[in-house]
Design a protein around this ligand. Sequence first.
Ligand code: PSV
Ligand code: MN
Ligand code: MN
Length: 387
Amino acid sequence: MTPESAKAALRDQTIELPSWAFGNSGTRFKVFGQPGVPRDPYEKLADAAQVHRYTGIAPRVSLHIPWDLVDDFSDLSRHAADLGVTIGMINSNVFQDDDYMLGSLCHPDAAVRRKAVDHHKQCVDVMRATGSAHLKVWLADGLNYPGQDSIRARQDRLAESLAEIYAALDEDQRMVLEYKFFEPAFYSTDVPDWGTSLLHCMALGDRADVVLDTGHHAPGTNIEFIVAQLLRQGRLGAFDFNSRFYADDDLMVGAADPFQLFRIMHEIVQAGALAPDSGVNFMLDQCHNIEPKIPGQIRSVMNVQEATAKALLVDADALAAAQRAGDVLGAHGVLMDAYNTDTRPLLAELREEQGLDPDPMSAYAASGYAEKIAAERIGGAQAGWGA
Ligand code: PSV
Ligand code: MN
Ligand code: MN
């Protein structure tokens, strides 16, 4: 693709931000408080709007319920609109209540499953109040010990619970189901992989898709293969982008393995799935434990944008010709040429054309916003997620 066509595609790209990235977070060893962190969901949205202001491509914010519980969600979404952003996916949370020690939608006790299903129905009400089109489900359900519960019965309970939640959605609402191979369960997880998620989505119907969190795979997993396969099936609903070195590290996307991010975006571009109407939602799911949070989000958005630009610059005709000819090194070379292109000047140019500062990181730093919130906000809230 030419740089001009790449810029046209980049102009349409959007990335969704997680509200929880703006709160204090850490590991199970320590949560370090940072000055100026938001005290409530209103302030989280204000910080997210800063990321959009300097990058121009982050117009939506995912909420996590109950971390982002407010009295009046219509008021919260008006607040978002005033800030120039909208509410994105609504994430349910059935992993922090004592009742969920042995699971939620898969729990052996029907009363706990009822509570978990009802929580999802409340999330659907939040979607109605905020205009959000997607319910995002991740479950901590699983087993620590062989024999602890029936693996198969848990799948049956899961299917039944999900079907009730799916039935509660309006016609114009969708569900996405995220998988994760381990943690907090260490022996067997109830939605451990894309295949399990896909099977449940297919059983539910056309409005259920898979969420791929880049941190939720065993080391060495070929994630771009999963991307290609889900796109073939029309079932890739969303990404949770982040980086991992070891487990579910939730570090900034593109920090650990920018080449992997490029390979993922190459599959996306090849399948035409970058377009805003492709049905794929590109989201971040990250925590900024030791780095400042708003710049951490800006950096992450830029990392996705740079990888996307490189993927768009792949010479698709030359690649196809080399592949047809069985020219292994030629085809690989076409891909590497694009990956090794410095796309930062192209993106700086694009931002200038859009009336943005070519350097979002320094523009934010110069804005004085960080100093302002540090002075104004005392007693910032924890993100909700400590690990
Ligand atoms: C679980 O590890 C997960 O990736 C899910 O998306 C949760 O909702 C999120 O992390 C919380 O940070
Ligand atoms: Mn996630
Ligand atoms: Mn995760």
